[in-house]
Ligand binder design. Structure first.
Ligand code: GDP
Length: 204
């Protein structure tokens, strides 16, 4: 895993995407699911984030290992993409539509996108808007894996049932990777497993 990471650009539409490198992974999730915390924990540093406040420009945020610009021939071995959060209660329809357009174009058009990690708040499970995102991923035929966040908020006795319910939500989904990861950025749980899963993709 790279030692240091840098933000290279925010992508509001397809024409602003950086050149394709060998491999890309992305993180998606409802706003407040703990996506920034998890990305920071996985990459081992606090990354500058552009705001995900409702109404602001929605962008795909690109991070690459330090030392690569991501431009021209200076392509990184891996890029990590922080996708804009979804599921704002107050989001106007145009904003939801813009999100869906950007994300679906990206999912369909990015051949180097290896996997999307879809973060699910352990306290809430797979909600309707999460399921809609899984529908998009299935339609785009992009491999994805569910990652439960904030597992520290769940009593240990409740975890097996949560895992079972989450597994049910992806059982019949074509592009879903069957193994579900349970993480806590706060307590450090599951982070090695997630890093290991990403490292395996790099080796493929
Ligand atoms: P984002 O909107 O998805 O990027 O979410 P953030 O990473 O900003 O986190 C949203 C809130 O959840 C913040 O108050 C975090 O402190 C909290 N949070 C994030 N990860 C965890 C976790 O693993 N455990 C607990 N208990 N809280 C968390």
């Amino acid at each position: 895993f790279a030692q240091g990471w840098v933000f290279i650009r925010g992508v509001p539409s397809m024409k602003f995407l950086p050149p394709e490198g060998p491999l890309e992974i992305a993180f998606a999730g409802r706003s407040n699911v703990g996506k920034s915390s998890l990305i920071n924990a996985i990459l081992g540093q606090k990354l500058a984030r552009t705001s995900n406040t409702p109404g602001r420009t929605q962008e795909l945020n690109y991070f690459v290992p330090d030392g690569y610009s991501g431009e021209g021939k200076d392509l990184p071995p891996i890029a990590v993409v922080d996708m804009p959060g979804y599921g704002f209660a107050e989001a106007p329809k145009e904003q939801v539509d813009a999100w869906t357009r950007l994300v679906f174009d990206y999912l369909r058009g990015r051949s180097t996108l290896k996997r999307v990690y879809v973060l699910i708040d352990a306290r809430h499970g797979v909600k309707k808007n999460d399921a809609e995102v899984l529908d998009l991923l299935d339609r785009a035929a992009v491999s994805y894996q569910l990652v439960l966040t904030k597992i520290d908020k769940i009593k240990a006795a409740g975890v097996p049932r949560l895992m079972e319910e989450t597994a049910q939500a992806i059982k019949k989904r074509a592009a879903a990777y069957p193994e579900i990861l349970a993480t806590s950025s706060e307590k450090g749980a599951g982070l090695d497993e997630l890093r290991g899963a990403i490292a395996l993709l790099l080796e493929e």
